[in-house]
Design a protein around this ligand. Structure first.
Ligand SMILES: Nc1nc2c(ncn2[C@@H]2O[C@H](COP(=O)(O)OP(=O)(O)O)[C@@H](O)[C@H]2O)c(=O)[nH]1
Ligand SMILES: [Mg+2]
Length: 356
């Protein structure tokens, strides 16, 4: 699961990236040339943490989201300045928007205006997709002489009648809510405006507890989901010991680090869930798409387990915590035996029986 971080220069992208992934890449007021960085964030999950406390395993492995920090885009340059190779393959986009005031850090467009920047970036994504669609349609037109396959006919119709008009109306493709065969057909294009979008608004410290995503037009209509953070404050919080952290958060009026919300929102936006495996050796979260059946879920752990799948023993995480062990859950009839078609739910503890 990979998120691409993008946004205008000096919005706080690398500061946020460093906090998310406990990295130490260079941030700066003036540094213009930037490289792409990659890092991994652990998804905070209190359910899994409590299972760890129960088992005290040798290894503790939370779910992760990978973040890619992409150099800032220049307005109007669209596809040229976006690192498209990196962006096309990511599962989701995280747009860092500047809302903090700091006279020492110039904004590329003069004044600080988060709503404008959100619209600017959206337009860049739409323009990049638009040129991709036009090129594809041109190619299909050229092939028209030799005749198009039924597949190509369908593709042409979908691009010309649904995708192109949406992009020309400056609507992101994620707003179309395409499903089934249409969605599958478009997936291959890896359209940027079709990817789930999380907008992280980087506000001044004194507003972090009170500012709402709705103020910036987020979370409604076609706009992406939003989370409000103060990137430098998050970086500071992440470096404190746990009890100092709690105190600092209380001073700011926050219940938890905003960072946790960013990571969780990233995870949820991708439509994935976690199931858990437990034992003295390892307590671990596994990431699957919502709706995954037990045999495929087994494949997330190991392909041998998927191939030799016999059945899954399943219990809800909180039942396991309450009763204290899998045998106790079995005695109470809470450990269920499920077959390969069983749809695994978020937060279930699963033990696979298999035979290779
Ligand atoms: N005052 C203030 N400065 C910030 C904030 N977030 C980032 N910065 C500073 O802005 C500059 C650019 O940040 P950086 O993370 O490198 O931005 P990027 O170009 O988007 O990667 C750095 O000097 C940061 O310390 C903020 O919320 N408030
Ligand atoms: Mg940067």
């Amino acid at each position: 699961m990979q998120f691409g971080i993008l946004g205008l220069p000096k919005a706080g992208k690398t500061t946020l990236f460093n906090t998310l992934t406990a990295s130490a890449e260079e941030t700066g007021k003036f540094s213009a040339s930037e490289r792409t960085h990659m890092g991994v964030a652990r998804v905070p999950d209190p359910r899994l943490a409590r299972l760890r406390d129960l088992y005290e395993p040798r290894r503790y492995v939370p779910a992760t989201v990978e973040y890619v920090d992409i150099p800032g885009i220049e307005r109007g340059e669209g596809a040229e300045s976006l690192d498209l190779g990196k962006l096309r393959t990511v599962d989701g986009l995280l747009h860092v928007v500047r809302a903090f005031a700091d006279p020492e850090i110039p904004h590329p467009d003069g004044a600080v205006d988060p709503r404008r920047d959100i619209a600017t970036l959206e337009l860049e994504l739409i323009l990049a997709d638009h040129s991709l669609v036009e090129r594809r349609l041109e190619r299909l037109d050229k092939s028209q002489k030799r005749g198009l396959s039924p597949q190509e006919e369908r593709e042409k119709r979908l691009l010309a009648e649904v995708v192109l008009p949406a992009l020309e109306a400056e609507r992101p493709l994620r707003a179309l809510g395409l499903a089934g065969d249409d969605e599958k057909m478009l997936r291959g294009f890896q359209f940027l405006s079709a990817k789930p979008l999380l907008v992280v608004v980087n506000v001044d410290e004194d507003r972090v507890a009170t500012a709402k995503p709705e103020e910036f037009g987020l979370g409604e209509g076609d706009a992406g989901q939003g989370v409000v953070v103060s990137a430098p404050i998050e970086l500071e919080i992440s470096r404190l010991a746990p009890d100092e952290q709690r105190e600092f958060l209380a001073d700011l009026g926050l219940a938890e680090p905003s960072l946790d919300r960013v990571i969780r929102a990233s995870y949820q936006l991708l439509g994935v869930i976690s199931f858990f495996t437990v034992g003295d050796d390892e307590v671990r979260a596994w990431t699957i798409r919502r709706g995954t059946i037990a045999r495929e879920a087994a494949g997330a752990v190991h392909s041998d387990i998927e191939r030799g799948f016999i059945r899954a023993e399943v219990v809800a995480w909180d039942d396991l915590l309450r009763l204290g062990s899998l045998p106790a859950c079995r005695d109470k009839g809470l450990l269920r035996l499920e077959g390969k078609e069983y749809v695994v739910a978020d937060g279930e503890v699963v033990h696979f029986r298999f035979n290779v």
